[in-house]
Design a protein around this ligand. Structure first.
Ligand SMILES: [Zn+2]
Length: 304
């Protein structure tokens, strides 16, 4: 009798332990399923391009759509993507595809006419104007290169054509993305753009531009959204902890997350966004912080 009761106790303990194990596995399983519903990738490279890409525009948007994403911004450093976005939209029924123009030398640098034409293209998918990226003065000179570059600031003032570009961005409700400019240039230009009526400002991968926390705080105080890209974390240039520290210090309302994927050999954009969200979650960010950066902020910039 005594022995039987002891066995019953053992059984009860065993049952409790197994229920606990099963429950915690179930909870973990629930946690690990990242949903891309409503997620927008603001920085998607795809081919054709003059750099090797892992997939073309059509393949990229089909995959994003299959993964349940809400939107993708196609970015090319050398050519306008509003037309490509309009074509890509024909491949999917439930995905918002946007394009833009990066004001590098291939389109004439700070060339207002490139912006005017982008906006005029049928389909109306041109939404983003990036300041120079690979041809930015900061980008070229920081690397010690001797390549020609596109100047956006001279003698402490924006070059005159840039003011015309700001006017067009304001008039057509576009997103002004700061490209590969220096944090000092970004902080000089944001108030000027705002004064001219620009409402949506995105600081392109702010860590890649060597901005420090104090500069990021000033950008946030100007209501700019700062981009954090998965490529930099994936390739080991920035740690997730650095991202999380900045988000915790400044607030998720001033950031958005993007993949910056598309390079030959790298996974597709949806896979990148999933991994990014997973990594931020594991680093301790809340669902609402992630929601703000992956869904709310990019949608607001794009007017969705
Ligand atoms: Zn990129």
């Amino acid at each position: 009798m005594h022995q039987l009761r002891q066995w019953n106790n053992y059984g009860l303990i065993l049952l409790t332990v197994s229920v606990f194990i099963v429950a915690s596995f179930a909870a973990r399983g629930q946690e690990s399923a990242v949903s891309l519903t409503g997620v927008i990738d603001f920085h998607a490279h795809a081919g054709p391009d003059s750099r090797p890409r892992s997939l073309n525009d059509f393949e990229a948007v089909r995959r994003a759509s299959q993964a349940g994403m809400r939107g993708v911004v196609l970015k090319n450093h050398f050519t306008m993507t509003a037309d490509r976005a309009a074509l890509a939209m024909t491949q999917v029924s439930d995905l918002e595809v946007f394009g833009g123009v990066a004001l590098n030398r291939a389109v004439g640098g700070i060339n207002p006419e490139a912006v005017r034409q982008m906006v005029a293209f049928a389909g109306g998918r041109g939404k983003v104007v990036w300041l120079p990226t690979f041809d930015a003065e900061f980008y070229v000179t920081r690397a010690g290169g001797s390549d020609p570059y596109v100047r956006i600031v001279a003698n402490g003032e924006p070059v005159p054509e840039l003011l015309e570009v700001f006017e067009l961005v304001a008039e057509h409700d576009l997103v002004l993305a700061m490209g590969h400019s220096s944090p000092e240039e970004v902080l000089l230009l944001i108030p000027i753009a705002i004064n001219m009526g620009v409402e949506q400002i995105l600081v392109t991968h702010v860590f890649g531009q060597d901005a420090n926390l104090q500069q990021m705080r000033r950008m946030a105080a100007l209501d700019a959204v700062m981009e954090l890209d998965w490529l930099a974390a994936y390739s080991g240039n920035v740690s997730i902890e650095n991202y999380v520290d900045a988000i915790s210090a400044i607030g998720a309302e001033n950031f958005l997350i993007s993949s910056d994927f598309g390079q030959a050999g790298n996974p597709d954009h949806a896979t990148g966004m999933t991994a990014f969200i997973q990594a931020l979650r594991e680093a301790g960010l809340t669902a609402s912080q992630i929601d703000q950066m992956a869904r709310t902020n990019p949608a607001r910039l794009l007017g969705l």
